[in-house]
Design a protein around this ligand. Structure first.
Ligand code: ACO
Length: 402
């Protein structure tokens, strides 16, 4: 790693690196990825162990504070989050301003940004206590806001948070319960969704996290920074890939048609790619994909689904691709999105909600990264350079002479 700043000071020369493939924008102690070995650690703990043994709020505490909580710290943190799950009654008005068929991600960008107009008492980012309250508010309100976006998009009344439930059970209830009807959260499905959230919580300097850091580097309001992260996540090259993978599996339909799609993926004259395969950093099996595949099996078993054609197609596609020279040479393995679409669909979420669920989980990573940035002594406003390729200085011509 070359620290280019002193080189720039001495020579005035800087690097050209579109897409930041070879540029570290910060130092971070939160998430470690070894793409060649297929390793993902949160604060040093393997993602597989956290998904297996922890729950959402325990991992959130770990990402925010750097250590797993003691029982006392856990109780205190859970209480602090629970305290903030409600949203202000006036916030409902923002939902009513959207067309009823608005995409839930559009609603998320607007409503989360609007939080900046509600909480003036937690936006002095120089004050550690205020930063913490803003973090708790954001993590606590995200399920409520996301469930409201879903309910609004399907024309059902909002369901209030129930603070005696776990973070994820409360979210499922706010999504799937309807007034005056009993709703019991299925513990197996809830556990699977909790795992999915943990897998999505952080992934170091991806596009949306970098967006949050860049927006925050100017000292901007933290809620507005998270809204910027949601906007970035919405893009199909980032949070939207699981929907594309699900659509592809539905289009393939049966294992018999897989060879046709494999051939298309290998054909350089065909723009088609196997969705849910390949990754910029992982050149090995994405460790999240393994956990996701297991969660997918658990969900389908809990729902009594036998021989799900989508899952069968996915597993056969994986088997064929992983024994094909093209995919082996290019180190293309299933990524997290390969199995997540099938799982989320089975859990009852429509595809338009997939990226919203991703945003809900990633909020923890965004907040942890934002906090780390604010507390970093090296932190300066993010300000990339450019290679100017436009015209040199020109003389202004009045309009009648152009
Ligand atoms: N199917 C077929 N070929 C592929 C695939 C694929 N899914 N992915 C990459 N390749 C090929 C490319 O054609 C390229 O071949 P070439 O060297 O002969 O030109 C080579 O593998 C390298 O691919 P790049 O696009 O250069 O790799 P990059 O790191 O830029 O892209 C990406 C990674 C975008 C994830 C890519 O693998 C892809 O498009 N995958 C499908 C979409 C997807 O699943 N996205 C989710 C990513 S995970 C996430 O965002 C949470």
């Amino acid at each position: 790693v070359v620290d280019i700043r002193s080189f720039y000071k001495e020579t005035g020369l800087f690097t050209y690196d579109p897409g930041y493939t070879a540029t570290a924008s910060c130092e971070s102690q939160i998430t470690y990825i070894d793409g060649d070995e297929g390793v993902l650690l949160y604060r040093g703990y393997p993602i597989e162990e956290l998904a297996e043994n922890s729950d959402f709020l325990e991992v959130a505490y770990l990402l925010l504070h750097g250590e797993l909580p003691t029982r006392g710290q856990q109780n205190e943190f859970n209480r602090a989050i629970t305290l903030h799950t409600m949203v202000h009654e006036q916030l409902k008005n923002f939902y009513n301003g959207f067309r009823r068929d608005a995409h839930p991600m559009a609603i998320m960008v607007g409503v989360v940004g609007a939080l900046s107009a509600f909480y003036h008492d937690s936006t002095d980012i120089t004050d550690k206590k205020q930063r913490m309250i803003a973090s708790h508010r954001m993590i606590a309100k995200m399920p409520t806001i996301a469930a409201m976006a879903y309910k609004y998009s399907i024309g059902q009344p909002f369901i209030f948070p129930r603070n005696d439930l776990s973070y994820t059970a409360n979210f499922m209830r706010m999504c799937f319960a309807v007034p005056a009807e009993e709703y019991e959260v299925n513990p197996v499905l809830c556990d699977a969704l909790d795992k999915i959230f943990i897998l999505h919580m952080d992934h170091e300097q991806n596009a949306s996290t970098s967006t949050v850091r860049l927006a925050g580097s100017s000292g901007a309001n933290p809620f507005a920074c998270i809204a910027a992260g949601i906007a970035s996540l919405w893009g199909p090259a980032h949070g939207g890939a699981n929907e594309a993978a699900l659509n592809m599996l539905e289009e393939i339909g049966t294992p018999e048609r897989i060879p046709e799609y494999i051939a298309r993926a290998k054909d350089k004259n065909d723009p088609f790619r196997l969705m849910g395969f390949g990754h910029r950093v992982y050149k090995n099996y994405d460790p999240r994909a393994k956990v996701m595949q297991k969660a997918c099996h658990e969900v389908l078993a809990a729902l009594g689904v036998k021989n799900d054609p989508l899952l069968e197609t996915a597993m056969e596609l994986e088997r064929i691709a992983l024994s094909d020279d093209y995919f082996i040479e290019k180190k293309l393995y299933p990524n997290i999105d390969f199995y997540s679409g099938i799982t989320l669909k089975a859990l009852g979420f429509p595809t338009t909600m997939f990226t919203v669920l991703f945003a809900l989980a990633r909020t923890v990573g965004w907040i942890a990264q934002w906090t780390e940035m604010i507390e970093d002594d090296n932190q300066r406003i993010g300000r990339p350079r450019q290679i100017y390729t436009g015209a040199r200085q020109r003389c202004y011509a009045p309009i009648h002479k152009r």
